[in-house]
Structures are given as structure tokens and as C-alpha cells.
Design a protein around this ligand. Sequence first.
Ligand code: BG6
Length: 525
Amino acid sequence: MAAKTEDFWTHIQAEVMDKAKGASGEATSCGIEHAENPCAIVIFGATGDLTARMLLPAMCRLMRYGAMPDNFAIIGASRTELSSEAFRERMRGALTEEGQEYEYLETFGDLAKRLFYCHVQFDDPSSFKGLADCLQEKDKEFGLGGNRVFYLAVPPEAYEDISRGLGEAGLSRSEGNGSFARMVVEKPFGHDLASAQKLDRVLHKSFDEDQIFRIDHYLAKETVQNIMIFRFANSIFEPMWNRDFIESVRITAVESLGVEHRAGYYDHAGVLRDMFQNHMMQLLSLSAMEPPSAFEGNMIRDEKSKVFRSLRPFSEETLARHLVLGQYTSGSIEGHKVPAYLDEPGVAADSRTPTFAAMKVFIDNWRWHGVPFYVTSGKRLAAKRTEIVVKFREVPCSMFGRQLGDQISGNTLTLGIQPREEISLTFQTKMPGPKVCLRSVLMNFDYNQGVTGPFLEAYDKVLLDCMLGDHTLFWRQDGVNLCWSFLAPALEAADSARKDDLLSFYRAGSWGPQEVRRLMEGAKG
Ligand code: BG6
């Protein structure tokens, strides 16, 4: 009998250890999908910064991991006149520049054999004929099956010309042999609802919705992808993931960087268009959405759209109480002096563009009614930190009142997105000792613990998913429109004459304007 009991416990323990292998420090890896279908990848704006800094390194990594299709070709397409050879040399130079990993170069040798250049004048339809000829030639040479991914690494003003040019040259349609043509678009998707809808109409003249991949690089972050896994692959959290147990949710993505060399764009966009309309809304929807019935692109995006539709619209009155806008003044970060936003090169001297925003948002549905979501993002703050903090309610009544007073703080669950990729939970324990004393302790899981890779950067994942035709991590137009509608009153206020009343200032290197405290008042509404 004793032996049997022992067997039972040994079995249970072995099962637990087996399940927790990754967490116990034993190295595990997840593998990588291989893009089966051959394809041509055409990068518009290939001479720009994004190609050398992000796209080519991403393809080098994908090649090293064996994820690129067996047959592929990359065609840089831009307004600059260049030969393929000169383009390759330029890219090789960029990859060896300071900051790029030397190891890319090995892979780049192989990649360069499939790297070409085609001069395209975006506003000249006949130019696209030249691109079509080039594609046909590479199709034959590399056996690409007529499959094409068009990546728009160009300013949004060029989207319309390129999309029209591709359509008129017959490049946006499948060649009827089951081949695909896909279009990859970077944000910004318009600067308000009307312009987003206009852009969408233009793209749809040449491409159908399922051919369009709208990138949000936050969605491709490992820890952002993990939000859904954490919520829907664990049975212990989901029953508590609602207004009965959760007091508030704090979603923060702040950074210590300023506008860098992007003032021309940023001074028109500001933080609401730059971070809220895309990344912050995605983090909010992932935190709040209902479980889709399957892990499938459209089902997931349906659930996100339901969250966007349930956002309580700002009124004149709530805008004043639930929105704080800020702009940084000079200060110091990690011991270095940094200039005020107004002194950054390229920023208008009288600019009132917000570089910080915090808003209190309510989701009016059964699950979340009355639970405030505090959504905050800003530049030039004390540190880079992206996280989702779920604050659970306090215990309904304290039985420790006599010993400890009435206050016992609620449990807090933190999903650390970056730079700390971790999940942590605070809970109360008894402090060891003769008296009854409470202490809050932290249980912590390091997301990368015990994993050997391969690790995909955001752009690697985005490119791979486009080649695989998986829409899960991309925006669908209805979501884009719903978010622009929700943000419209905040954008109008920030753009209008009222901006002076709304805008507060904060010192670079601080944690934002003092006015943020106002959001915490009257938590219920
Ligand atoms: C970009 C914004 O989309 O995201 C930038 O345009 C911002 O202003 C960046 O700095 C933040 O991304 P990450 O991945 O560094 O958090």
C-alpha cells in the first residue's frame, strides 16, 4: 500500500515537472515555420532607411533560420536610378555600418544573389510596366510561381500612386494559377477617419481586403503575442478577468527617446496618432477582448472590433477629466541633458504637439462596465517601459482589521512587454515572525527563461506572416476606422484652439505631467 502511494506522488510530480520544463530552466525551443510558397518580394522605397535598417536584416535572419521560401527574389523599387549591382553594394555597406551585426554579412552573401533593383517612378504608370517585365523575368529565373509581396516602405503620400500603378499594370491580381499578390502597408493609415477611409478606397481599387497586410509592429512582439496565450490558455485567470474581480487596468508604453530625426512627421502626428491610434489600441483590445472561438485571423480581429465598438465615446465633459496631454521641456535622462521638444531640430518653435497622453477609457460591455483602463504613452520619460498592469480588487472585508487595520492591497498582475519581458504577480503573505504581520511578495516569471530560440524580431515575424498569408497580427480596416472614430474628439481637442488649455508640460526624464493624477479621481466615471 505504501509503495502505491509513493508511485502516485512520483507520477504527479513527474507530470508537473514535464509540463513546466521550460520554466524549470531546461532549454526548450519552439521551431519556426518555413514559407512554402516561392515568391518575389518587391520593396518600394528600397533606398530608404527602413530597408537597410529593418527589412534586409529581417530577411537575413529568416534565411539563417531556414524560414525563407526555397525560391525567392527581392526586388528593390525606388525613384533613384541605380543598377542592381550598385543597390547590392549600398545594402552591403548599410549592413556593415555601426550598430548592425556582423553576422548578417554571411547570410547577406546568399541573399545578394537574389537581390535586384528596378527603377520605378511612382507617379508614372509606364514605369510599372518595367517592373512587370522585371518580375516576369525573375519569375522564370527563380521559379516564383507568379507570387508577389509588395512592401510599401515609402511615405504615405506615395501609397496612392503605387497602388494605382500596380493595379493598372495588372500586378495586383493573381495570375489565375492560384498565385498571390499581397500588399504590405505601414502606418500611418491616414491622419483621421476621413483620410483613412479615403486611403482604404484607393487601396481597394487595386487590392481586396484579404490581400492587404496593415502592419503594427507591436503585434509582432513576442510578449504582445503572449497576451492572448496567457489569457486563453490558462483556466485560472480567465474566470477572474472581469469587472467582478478587476479594479483597474493600466496600459503603459513610455520611452526615454525623443523624436530623433523624425520631427517632420512627428510634429504633425503627435502622440495620439503616433502611438494611440495603433499600438495602444491593440494592447487595449488584447487585454479586453472576448476569447475568439479559434486562433484565426478574422475571428481574432472580429473580437477586437467588438472591443473598439464598446469604447465609451468621449464627451465634452469627460474629455476635460479623462484626457491629459503633455509636451516635454528640457531635462536630463540617464545623466545626459536633453533639449525641450520645442528645441528639437525640425519642430516648429510654437508647436503645441503633444508628446505625452494619458487617458481614462471605459469599455461599456458586460465584462468591463465601470472598470477604468488607464492608457498612457509618451516620449522622453524617465525610462522605456511597456506593460499591462491588472489591479485586482481588494478582499471584500478584512478579518485582520484588529491586527493590521482595514487596508489590504489587492493583487497585481503585470504583463511586462519590454524591456522587461516578464509576468509577475503580487500577493500577500504572513511575514515570518511572532506577530501577525503582512507582506506583499512578488512571484516572477522571466519570459525568455529556458528558451533557446529561434527568436524573431518584430519585422522578421511580420515578413514571414505576409509570405505565409497569415493575417492574425495585422490590422483590418474596420478596426482602423473604429479607432479613428473613438479618438476623434481627443484629436480635435488636441488640434483645436483648446489645445492650450489641455496641454501640460513635463520635464524630460520625469514620469510625465502632474495632471495625470486628475485621471485617478472618481475612478468610476
Ligand atoms: C513607433 C512610433 O511606431 O513606435 C515611434 O512611431 C515609437 O514614435 C515606436 O518610438 C516605439 O516602438 P518600440 O518597439 O520601440 O516600443
